[in-house]
Write a protein that binds this ligand. Structure first.
Ligand code: NDP
Ligand code: PYC
Length: 341
């Protein structure tokens, strides 16, 4: 859906409502539609383009294929003082997290730490929306999700890991939370797709072709090739950790364990997600948000002018004031999708 057509702007709420109408019309329950629409519209608002409206065709083809259950009702299990599990029922991970949000927040505040282990779930989105709201409430949060086998482990020759992002959010005194969200692959798969669509080359060191040879051609990576972890053996180790936390610990699939070939059009990885929530006020970190601020200031004085999350917050402020940027043709197509089957 990335289009070279002229750009226009749409108010954030109108975009969220439009996306909710599309999801509902294409097979999700109203509740799931609202959660996915908020997630996708927020990504578009913040300029996280690889996971904004660009993802709508993939969501819809997946729903149509029967690979995911758009009306699943997550089953929340209170397993231990610090452990909440959710069976997403072959539905999306975000509604599952939403269903567990109050319980895990209460547990984190009571115990100092708690986690939500989501299994039998599909995650097709940016990860920062899963952690940022906790930090807005003064909590620290980390999230891990695995995806589909398209990354060769360091030194290996065949794809095994997913693009496996990690996100982290910490409260800051007097400022928006400090948030990072990064794929453990050299590039997100979505950005490779966007590069292919726009006829751009990839930076060196991101991918290999079907013969395992280095390539900067996104089409070669997408058609039988694979991505590499970022940072060689270090990113590979982090990706391995994400597989263990998001799949082995939750009861979800590893990125190499599912077969969506009987479901043509299926795009959403059927895996798991782990979210860890920490209440810093329970320990020595009583003034944690001020300490975060001190570190941010020092990073600035050390020459790091831009912190992770800054670009998104700037784009968010602009989008909320002037409207969310979107291609004119893209918007027209979304409006058709909201009324068509
Ligand atoms: P980027 O490399 O674009 O950004 C990674 C992080 O680094 C962001 O927090 C970004 O902040 C920050 N950052 C970027 N440039 C700088 C800089 N110059 N100085 C300081 N900080 C910087 O992200 P990725 O391409 O790795 O991932 C893109 C998205 O894809 C993520 O949202 C991720 O969750 C998603 N994804 C989802 C998957 C899934 O299975 N659901 C799988 C893989 C990826 P800022 O946001 O402000 O730019
Ligand atoms: O961009 O790598 C990616 C991705 C995988 C699943 C959802 N997004």
């Amino acid at each position: 859906m990335t289009s070279p057509s002229a750009l226009t702007r749409i108010p954030y709420n109108a975009l969220e409502d439009l996306l909710a109408a599309i999801f509902e019309r294409h097979g999700t329950s109203p509740g799931v539609a609202r959660v996915l629409a908020r997630n996708c519209a927020s990504a578009q608002r913040d300029g996280a383009m690889s996971h904004g409206v660009f993802r709508i065709p993939g969501y819809l083809s997946t729903l149509k294929s029967g690979w995911v259950n758009g009306t699943a009702v997550p089953a929340v299990e209170d397993l231990a003082p610090g452990f909440v599990a959710v069976d997403a029922g072959n539905g999306f991970a975000q509604p599952a997290l939403e269903a567990a949000r109050d319980l895990v927040t209460r547990k984190a505040r009571a115990n100092g730490i708690a986690m939500v282990a989501i299994r039998n779930s599909h995650h097709f989105a940016a990860l920062w929306p899963d952690v940022e709201p906790f930090a807005q409430e003064g909590l620290v949060a980390l999230a891990f999700v695995n995806s589909m086998a398209c990354v060769v482990p360091h030194g290996g020759s065949k794809p095994l890991f997913g693009t496996n992002p990690i996100s982290f959010a910490a409260p800051r005194a007097g400022a928006d939370p400090l948030v990072f969200d990064l794929a453990t692959s050299a590039m997100a798969h979505g950005d490779v797709q966007i590069a292919a669509r726009q006829g751009e080359s990839l930076p060196e060191g991101c991918g290999v072709d079907a013969d395992g040879k280095p390539t900067c051609d996104p089409a070669e990576v997408l058609n039988g090739g694979a991505l590499l972890p970022f940072g060689g053996h270090k990113g590979s180790a982090l990706s391995m950790m994400v597989e263990l936390l998001a799949a082995a610990l939750t009861g979800g699939n590893f990125s190499f364990e599912f077969d969506w070939s009987p479901y043509p059009g299926a795009k959403t990885p059927w895996t798991g997600e782990l979210v860890i929530v920490i209440d810093p006020s329970r320990g020595a970190g009583r003034d944690f948000a001020k300490r975060t601020e001190t570190l941010v200031q020092e990073m600035g004085w050390a020459g790091q002018a831009r912190q992770p999350g800054d670009r998104r917050y700037q784009q968010r402020a602009e989008a909320l004031a002037q409207g969310v940027v979107i291609g004119e043709e893209e918007l027209a197509h979304l409006r058709e999708l909201a009324s068509d089957r």
